[in-house]
Design a protein around this ligand. Structure first.
Ligand SMILES: Cc1cc2nc3c(=O)[nH]c(=O)nc-3n(C[C@H](O)[C@H](O)[C@H](O)COP(=O)(O)O)c2cc1C
Length: 632
């Protein structure tokens, strides 16, 4: 887990000789035996498989003088330990010993010790059963060194949450923790949520999708103001505008004008002029000869072909066009060939909202493979990050993501049922009661004509059924006049709640300042007019949910993934069960600290199987502070 950046807090020395050799990683992993990674005098790392019970001394650095260096001496064969009365297997099948280094060392509850994730965990045999400690001294691979030494049954290293993902991801975005709060349209990922993420070492993306231009400007103003006194990282959503390149360029211009330095790019099918312009604006050559990229792009996707495009330099034809239009300089155009379109890629598996319903277990390795290939092909100086989204719902799913090598995790659905989410209490309550199977796919407003779908909540609303009816009517008619009478009645009375003519009047007003090209197109394309009328229902259905309009409760469109079921199951009967008890930071720290505990629990179980199954349960913020010093 994590990168090498943060070195182990314990030191290994080989007191009995040059029994250590440096192996290539690939060689080590196919050998059987304990595995140690130790710092050498030259500050490189040597990997040491213990093949012949060669003795190794494991010294806690707090007990080691800083001048003391790992040293190598001649190897000697050691006799095995004969302790027939012991009923436990010794650590890693090597004779291993522990002793207290403080006279005040007291026994800790096993769970408490494992949950203290910044400290090592030692399980020792006192003769009266296993005892847990978070400090002490170890000797591995030797006869019992003295009376005060007790057999070591298991040992687990500290796993601070800053070590869970990738260091380069944290550094690039100025974060402390590898956790992203994904954009949720219409400001559901609100300023309050983004601020909470940023002020607590994470990053959030304001949900600008579906918002008016004025609302996006307002959010920029608020977040910029909030970050003035005590700066924190934050970003905005850069959604692809299907069939509306002008609107997309307007958004790009706004972000450039207002100095938005990080965007979450989503819903792209290919590269567009607006996104390329955002990416390459301001790039310059740094003193070390590397290209400096002021505008960070984290792209969200679920297909390898698209990942390839985002991991490649911007397309030359788009660059040329932008240059010809005076939107980028010749220098920016030339340097662009050396950078990827995105700094990081979020592989999005089965999620709330737009989703291809891909399984995370298959998607992440596929996107990681594209990354390895394109990193090699282009030789970028900075590694492109690959994070995972879709279904992150409980510590165990986050632990799985990091174990698979995710550089960071991104959540959406679980944040929508939190205090900071920009939606109604009615929606939050519905979400807090949902189970895994209470979600379904429904036609998407922005990809309606193409048959695009979004994942929504099924329980407590008729939206999915009604939206599906609209899509079927649309498929079977080329213009409003072709809709059979019975369908027209049903649509007007049971779904829209007014005549199609009335809806069209409102739709025209809606598009007048946002995107007048849509109205123009509808004047000459009757099917487009029909699509706009139906899309207006889909669009409003999510606003009715956000406003909590009681008379439209049956029409609520609540984007939501199966993550909600797993989260509700994990928090059942705890302080996190009710939305009023869920703040995004406590939820995020539960997920991250829990991921560390779950990972440590697996390591413990692999050494001492009778302690398998220690699971992390929801904690309050105060309890979380006891587990990790990093979060305060
Ligand atoms: C209510 C809701 C609205 C969303 N809106 C957007 C959006 O406007 N733009 C976007 O990039 N992703 C959007 N998403 C996706 C999230 O940013 C995130 O990628 C996804 O929720 C992660 O999967 P999960 O739902 O399983 O946590 C939305 C998700 C939800 C639940």
């Amino acid at each position: 887990m994590g990168e090498q950046g943060n070195l182990p807090s314990a030191k290994l020395t080989a007191p009995l000789g040059p029994c250590t050799s440096t192996y290539s990683n690939s060689l080590v992993f196919v050998r059987i035996g304990p595995f140690f990674l130790i710092p050498t005098h030259t500050n490189t790392y040597s990997v040491t498989p213990m093949l012949d019970n060669h003795p190794i001394e494991h010294v806690n650095p707090s007990e080691t003088k800083s001048s003391q260096q790992p040293h190598l001496r001649k190897p000697t064969k050691v006799s095995s330990v004969h302790e027939p009365q012991r009923e436990y297997l010794m650590f890693e099948s090597l004779p291993s010993w522990w002793r207290a280094t403080s006279p005040h060392a007291s026994t800790l509850d096993i769970r408490d010790a494992l949950e203290t994730i910044d400290r090592p965990f030692y399980l020792v045999d006192t003769g009266n059963g296993p005892e847990a400690h978070t400090s002490g001294e170890l000797r591995i691979g030797c006869d019992k060194p003295g009376e005060e030494w007790l057999p070591l049954l298991a040992s687990v290293r500290p796993l601070p949450i800053s070590n869970l993902g990738s260091r380069s991801f944290l550094k690039r975005h100025g974060l402390r923790f590898p956790y992203v709060m994904g954009a949720m349209a219409n400001g559901i990922t609100s300023e309050a949520m983004v601020e909470a993420a940023g002020k607590n070492g994470m990053i959030g993306f304001f949900g600008s999708g579906g918002c008016s231009f004025t609302r996006i400007v307002e959010a920029i103003d608020r977040l910029t103001e909030a970050a003035k006194a005590d700066p924190f990282p934050f970003g905005f959503n850069f959604l692809h505008h299907h069939g509306a390149p002008e609107a997309e360029m307007k958004l790009c211009q706004l972000y450039l004008d207002r100095g938005i330095r990080c965007v979450s790019a989503a819903a792209f099918l290919t590269m567009t002029a607006a996104l390329v312009r955002y990416r390459v604006s301001g790039i310059n050559l740094g003193p070390d000869g590397h290209v400096v990229i002021p505008n960070k792009v984290i792209a969200k996707l679920s297909r390898e072909e698209l990942a390839e495009k985002f991991m490649s330099p911007p397309p030359a034809d788009i660059l040329k066009k932008l240059h010809a239009e005076g939107l980028i300089t010749a220098n920016e155009m030339a340097l662009a060939a050396r950078i990827p379109m995105a700094d990081d890629i979020t592989a999005e598996a089965d999620s709330g909202g737009h989703t291809d319903n891909r399984p995370a277990l298959a998607l992440l390795p596929a996107i990681q493979a594209v990354r390895e290939r394109l990193m090699e092909a282009h030789g970028y100086p900075e590694k492109i990050g690959v994070g995972l989204a879709g279904g992150i719902s409980a510590p165990v799913s986050a632990a799985a993501a990091f174990a698979m090598g995710a550089d960071y995790i991104l959540t959406g659905t679980i944040n929508q049922a939190c205090i900071e989410a920009g939606t109604s209490d009615t929606v939050k309550n519905l979400l807090s009661q949902a189970r895994q199977a209470d979600v379904t796919m429904a036609p998407a407003a922005d990809m309606f004509e193409m048959g695009g779908k979004v994942q929504v909540l099924k329980r407590g609303t008729m939206f999915a059924m009604r939206a599906a009816k609209l899509y079927s009517v649309y498929q079977n008619a080329k213009r409003l006049e072709e809709i059979p009478e019975a369908d027209r009645k049903f649509v007007e009375q049971k779904i829209l709640g007014k005549s199609m003519d009335e809806v069209w009047q409102n739709t025209q007003q809606f598009f007048e300042d946002r995107d007048p090209t849509q109205i123009k197109k509808a004047e000459t394309d009757p099917r487009h007019k029909m699509a706009l009328i139906f899309r207006s229902y889909l669009g409003q259905a999510s606003l009715w949910a956000i406003q909590g309009l009681p008379e439209r409760a049956g029409d609520y469109q609540i984007w939501c993934g199966p993550a909600i079921g797993a989260f509700n199951a994990w928090t059942k009967d705890t302080h996190l069960a009710q939305p009023s008890g869920r703040d995004v930071t406590t939820v995020a720290f539960n997920i991250l600290i829990g991921a560390s505990v779950e990972a440590r629990s697996r390591i413990l179980a692999s050494q001492f199987p009778s302690l398998a199954g220690i699971r992390f349960l929801p904690k309050t913020r105060a309890e979380l502070s006891q587990c990790s010093r990093e979060i305060d």
